[in-house]
Design a protein around this ligand. Structure first.
Ligand code: ATP
Ligand code: MG
Length: 139
């Protein structure tokens, strides 16, 4: 059965572009409950570790530099079928391919600077939530 938790980041582009409030509004409107929330900044080491699975990809260096370049908003979200429903809400990785009304279509700059992260599995949602939050910060 699908889990109830996903993890997201509002990425540096969307924070710098002033979209935190609008993106949190879309998330709430879609029925997700906020279980944890903070404005923070990834170190280069944090970003390397978070995106370790992409270490061999040609865009890895660019991705690590971008994700550590400015503050992000990290959040843990709860809803039935959270992982899949959140990925539907954010849209395709490349905003040019994202459906109308999705967060990436509305707010992303490009395939690399694409406004939001969404976990890709229940297992990774839990790993990513505990990477960013202590147990007592998740409500
Ligand atoms: P995320 O994991 O951030 O939610 P995703 O699951 O849609 O995004 P992944 O394939 O996991 O996409 O890629 C992770 C991130 O790496 C993308 O969100 C994007 O920021 C960056 N990325 C992916 N493909 C490219 C590319 N071709 N060029 C530049 N950056 C890319
Ligand atoms: Mg991914």
């Amino acid at each position: 059965m699908s889990g109830k938790i996903t993890f997201t980041m509002i990425k540096p582009d969307a924070v710098a572009d002033g979209h935190i409030g609008a993106i949190l509004g879309k998330i709430a409107e879609a029925g997700f409950k906020i279980k944890a929330l903070k404005l923070t900044q990834l170190t280069v080491a944090d970003a390397k570790k978070f995106y370790e699975v992409h270490a061999e990809r040609p865009f890895y260096g660019e991705l690590v530099d971008f994700m550590s370049s400015n503050p992000i908003v990290a959040a843990v979200l709860e809803k039935d079928n959270a992982v899949e429903d959140f990925r539907t809400l954010i849209g395709a990785t490349n905003p040019a391919d994202a459906a109308e009304g999705t967060i990436r279509k509305m707010f992303a700059r490009s395939i690399g600077e694409n406004a939001v992260h969404g976990s890709d599995s229940d297992e990774n949602a839990l790993i990513e939530a505990s990477f960013h939050f202590a147990g007592k910060e998740i409500f």
